[in-house]
Write a protein that binds this ligand. Structure first.
Ligand SMILES: [Zn+2]
Length: 142
């Protein structure tokens, strides 16, 4: 299905965000996060994801714009493929639904950043941690 019929990019109070044009059910695959894989483990940007295999993914639109929430409705999972002909393995990131999403709702994930990268969180969730940081790292900020 065409991604543009499922989601759209809109402006939010923290920059661009990804919104549902469709109802998404729990465990539904939203899509693969396309982008450039960088082999430098010290590479950093506001959007990049650690693939935990020595590679970092700099995501392309539209999923580049999935914002953080402390109460997210999506999560990121690794998807590994092995090519038996070349003996090469490759890892992609997929965006999965973890809570039902209604039309017009923003798609969010938990960034789970390290304390060293944490910034103030403006997600507005009832259980907001106050910082964009992994729960187990929160104590290091306070
Ligand atoms: Zn928050």
């Amino acid at each position: 299905m065409n991604m543009n019929s499922l989601i759209e990019i809109r402006e939010t109070h923290v920059g661009k965000g990804v919104f549902a044009k469709h109802r998404f059910l729990v465990t539904q695959l939203v899509g693969t996060i396309e982008g450039q894989q960088v082999s430098d483990p010290n590479y950093g940007s506001a959007y990049c994801f650690d693939l935990e295999n020595g590679m970092v993914l700099e995501p392309a639109a539209p999923f580049r714009y999935v914002n953080h929430s402390c109460d997210p409705n999506c999560e990121i999972e690794f998807f590994d493929e092995h090519d038996p002909n070349t003996e090469q393995s490759s890892r992609s990131l997929i965006l999965m639904v973890c809570r039902e999403i209604q039309v017009g709702e923003e798609l969010t994930i938990d960034y789970n950043w390290d304390a060293t990268n944490a910034i103030r969180c403006l997600c507005g969730a009832e259980n907001c941690r106050g910082w964009i940081v992994a729960p187990e790292e929160l104590a290091e900020i306070k």
